[in-house]
Design a protein around this ligand. Structure first.
Ligand SMILES: Nc1ncnc2c1ncn2[C@@H]1O[C@H](COP(=O)(O)OP(=O)(O)O)[C@@H](O)[C@H]1O
Ligand SMILES: [Mg+2]
Length: 233
């Protein structure tokens, strides 16, 4: 579904990504681990089109999106929930979800998919509430719900557990694989929360200094001292 081929990128003269090959299938959750500064956020930005690759390719199905602007990638089905969530605080929950439907302009009917509320019932309860007044966890759910309103085929989640309560982290760990299976979405889950990744991912990658240095199943990682070393835990 989604592939990056030898992707390189950086900021100005600072190289950050160095030949990243990543493949995620429909319905699969790939966990991306790595310590701060490894380049995880940068990789998601290069996939979503927020930052241009300096080398390599980003391919979705049979479409080469390497040079496509971000809005075209969103319309092609790549949804990005950035670190810090990026919801519109001044808008209501419903308005945020409506904004999310715009990415699906060519593919959807512009309505909020009813089953979104099946994943996040709290969003229906809070539909008329201003997003800025939600708790951190509820805002994260809104950010994911908004992304799903664009009927994506690829969902990029950047540290969804950051700064939210443990019980909501738990429900995100359950929802992420469910969303992938039920909607056939390829999900890239960037996380520092090891428990969440090991629970939610089918496959885990570890990044270090802009390279993928390790790959394995969550089972293989579960009592892996190497992983703890790599992540400096
Ligand atoms: N906007 C930016 N401008 C310059 N350097 C950046 C910018 N964003 C990130 N970096 C640098 O790129 C490297 C990778 O950062 P990032 O992708 O955010 O890592 P991670 O998400 O794994 O913590 C770090 O060295 C960081 O300082
Ligand atoms: Mg990051």
């Amino acid at each position: 579904m989604l592939r990056t081929l030898a992707v390189s990128a950086g900021y100005g003269l600072l190289p950050v990504l160095n030949g990243i090959d990543l493949g995620v299938a429909a319905g699969e959750v790939v966990g991306l681990l790595g310590r701060n500064g490894a380049g995880k956020t940068t990789l998601l930005r290069v996939i979503a089109g927020g930052l241009k690759a300096s080398g390599g390719a980003v391919v979705l199905g049979d479409q080469d999106l390497t040079n496509a602007p971000a809005f075209r990638r969103a319309r092609a089905g790549i949804a990005h929930v950035p670190q810090g969530r990026g919801i519109f605080n001044q808008l209501t929950v419903r308005q945020n979800l409506e904004v999310g439907t715009r990415a699906a302009r060519d593919r959807g009917d512009g309505d909020i998919p009813a089953d979104i509320f099946g994943y996040f019932p709290i969003l229906r309860e809070r539909e008329a509430q201003t997003a800025g007044t939600l708790s951190g966890g509820q805002q994260q759910m809104l950010a994911i719900g908004r992304a799903l309103c664009g009927l994506p085929s690829v969902l990029l989640l950047d540290e969804p557990s950051e700064g939210i309560q443990p019980n909501i982290v738990q429900s995100i760990a359950e929802l992420v694989p469910r969303i992938a299976r039920e909607r056939g979405i390829a999900i890239v889950l960037v996380e520092q929360n090891l428990d969440l990744v090991l629970k939610a991912a089918d496959r885990c990658l570890v990044m270090e200094k802009g390279r993928i240095v390790h790959e394995g199943t969550p089972e293989a990682f579960a009592d892996e001292t190497l992983l703890k070393d790599l992540l400096a835990l």
